[in-house]
Design a protein around this ligand. Structure first.
Ligand code: FAD
Length: 410
């Protein structure tokens, strides 16, 4: 019997299952998920769900009926422990095994753990990571007005949580080791804008700040304070660690698949092994647009790679060529990012930081490679097209607000 077995019930796994059926796959489709419940959206976990404006009922990507209608089976609370590529089966943690004709690895990524003196392998009750709905629910239990929250890491997740916490009346301190927030992903102009916004909201932002040690209470179950290398001791009630994610590639590695910053796939999500695919956060694909390999952690990427796998499996290979994009919500600011700014040598600004509405265009050798758009929803489609097309015209046109960006794509 043909069976598409999908390891991981996240955004990529869910999309792959539905796409397979839409593409006419007639065999069994089975998702193995080590989490409870239906595949759900993670982005709101650090945004509206945490802020309490979006309930748990709104998190599933699609309703149960959509899987039933498409005859997609989901096995919850089950974990795949090893892969047998030759024998075309997987072993589950409960000792059982399942056969497949097509295997899709959609194992995602996990939160990087904090490594600091005083913590070791301990999991204090008031120290949080944010990857799953369960993590967010646990954090919300301690989400009480007036509590002192220390956030380790000034990346997207740290800053989104900071904004949500401030709204809920917590006292927030963000510790960032780099000289600026969002240092890995944006230009200094964009970082400084976000720093100003957070500080104006009342967040204490400590840049260039590294942790020396975590100070635990006598029981060893609660963090009392963070001690930084500059000698400061920051007392706290709860901690959120947002220091990046690690791809879940161990299964693939153990099975002998090529792994290099993610499971290596081609632009149709195929690994080097016949019938085996990898999609979403756990995979690393070639980007024709950027001429390099990318491992992306974003919903649009998970969806596009899932669709590419489904089309390849159903004999209609359609390579993934869509422009990578991403978003982040903080306060009233909607950040939308088109493309990857890696290697940029010029930044062109359009709009007004003071009016909280601007674009940072990133160019490399005169060619547009990416853009960060802050509250520019109406222009975002045109900007994506410009980036996709690799606009290489006069960069002053990008800065000139009297120029309609749609006209530049023509
Ligand atoms: P995941 O969603 O990680 O799903 C993988 C699933 O596989 C998990 O359920 C995992 O437990 C399971 N699994 C792993 N190993 C096994 C195994 N051996 N057996 C069974 N199951 C297994 N992206 C955006 O584009 N915009 C945003 O604003 C944004 N915000 C985010 C906010 C937060 C708090 C987080 C955590 C992520 C955010 N992301 C955002 C990233 C986005 O959620 C991920 O890129 C996306 O979820 C990747 O989907 P995936 O299916 O590849 O992996």
């Amino acid at each position: 019997q043909t069976c598409a077995l999908i390891v991981g019930g996240g955004h990529a796994g869910s999309e792959a299952a539905v796409s397979l059926r839409q593409n006419g796959f007639a065999g069994r489709i089975l998702i193995i998920s080590d989490e409870p419940g239906l595949p759900y959206q993670r982005p709101p976990l650090s945004k509206a769900f945490l802020a309490g404006t979006l309930g748990a009922e709104a998190l599933p990507i699609r309703p149960a009926a959509a899987y039933e209608k498409a005859n997609i089976e989901i096995r919850n609370g089950a974990s795949v422990s090893s892969l047998d590529l030759e024998g075309r089966s997987v072993q589950l943690a409960d000792g059982s095994s399942l056969g497949w004709s097509h295997l899709i690895l959609a194992t995602g990524s996990r939160a990087r753990r904090l490594q600091v003196v005083g913590l070791g392998e301990r999991q204090p009750d008031n120290l949080h990571y944010l990857r799953s709905q369960a993590d967010a629910e646990r954090l919300r239990e301690q989400w009480v007005e007036g509590q002192r929250l220390v956030i380790v890491g000034g990346g997207y997740i740290g800053l989104e949580v900071a904004a949500a916490a401030k709204k809920a009346g917590l006292q927030v301190t963000v510790l960032e080791a780099q000289p600026r927030v969002l240092a890995r992903v944006t230009a200094p102009e964009v970082s400084s804008f976000y720093e100003q916004v957070h500080r104006a909201a009342g967040i204490e932002l400590r840049l260039n700040t590294q942790l020396e040690q975590v100070s635990l209470d006598a029981s060893g179950q609660m963090v009392e304070a963070m001690v930084t290398t500059d000698g400061a001791r920051i007392p706290l009630d709860l901690v959120l660690v947002g220091v990046g994610a690690i791809a879940n590639t161990e299964l693939a590695e153990q099975a002998g698949l090529e792994v290099d910053n993610g499971i290596v796939v081609d632009n149709c999500s195929r690994t080097g092994a016949a019938g085996v695919y990898a999609i979403g956060d756990c995979s690393n694909h070639p980007s024709a647009l950027y001429g390099c390999r990318l491992r992306l952690e974003s919903i649009p990427n998970a969806i596009e790679q899932a669709r590419a796998a489904a089309s390849a499996i159903t004999g209609k290979p359609t390579p993934y060529v869509a422009l990578p994009w991403f978003w982040s919500d903080q306060y009233d600011l909607k950040l939308q990012i088109a493309g990857i700014n890696q290697g940029y040598d010029q930044v062109v600004l359009r709009g007004s930081k003071a009016l909280r509405s601007f674009v940072a265009f990133y160019l490399r050798a005169g060619r547009l490679i990416a853009a960060d758009c802050i509250n520019r929803q109406p222009e975002f489609m045109a900007i994506k097209k410009l980036v996709q097309a690799g606009f290489a015209g006069d960069s002053e046109l990008l800065a000139d607000e009297s120029v309609n960006l749609k006209d530049l794509t023509a």
